[in-house]
Write a protein that binds this ligand. Sequence first.
Ligand code: SF4
Length: 233
Amino acid sequence: MQKNDVNDILSKAERYLRQQEELFGDSLYRGKADAPAARPAKAESWMGAGTLAALNEEICTCMKCPLGETRTKFVFGVGNPTSRVVFIGEAPGADEDAQGEPFVGRAGQLLNKIIEAVGLKREEVYICNILKCRPPNNRAPLPEESASCTPYLMKQLDLIKPEFIICLGRTAAQWLLQTTDSLSVMRAKVHDYRGTKLIVTYHPAALLRNPEWKRPVWEDMKMFKKLFDEAKA
Ligand code: SF4
């Protein structure tokens, strides 16, 4: 190789290295061992909320799943923030989506009667859904929507610290208990949900369509009332 050829190659190499240095700085010369340590993912700000009101404020504009695009109103939950019992349904319906409050339509009125039948008032308990936004046409929640929204429910439960959860309907119960059991298999027994007693019963909307299910619901609520009173004593 001629001396001129060598000089040409060296000058091209130098030009190339200068360009790379301009683009990447001195990191170009650092090995893996010098790379900055990976930082833990930044906690989302809602995780640190200390009250239900603060949590609502943090998450009410959520767009984590496509239901954020189609909702009319975000439906956080309603009731006593220190209630001993939380009623959980699957998702807001049309009335709830319009008003921003869970269980306000005909099913909600029936739920109020169920709550009163065990000597409590709507404002004494806490009521919410797994999903905070309405699925279009009241379709069942998709697993990925429930997965996106469930951390908010967990945080609500962490703040309320209920002794009892009443799960309304098959869909909500199957999701929380991570089972494919039918509602008739899940009801009439006490489950453990992260250390909280969980009772499954029919959704009030299903009761409106099937009045013959009123008796099993009454049996479930009597079982709840007995445990509720015993725990208080
Ligand atoms: S359903 Fe839940 S996760 Fe999806 S946008 Fe609404 S609040 Fe966010």
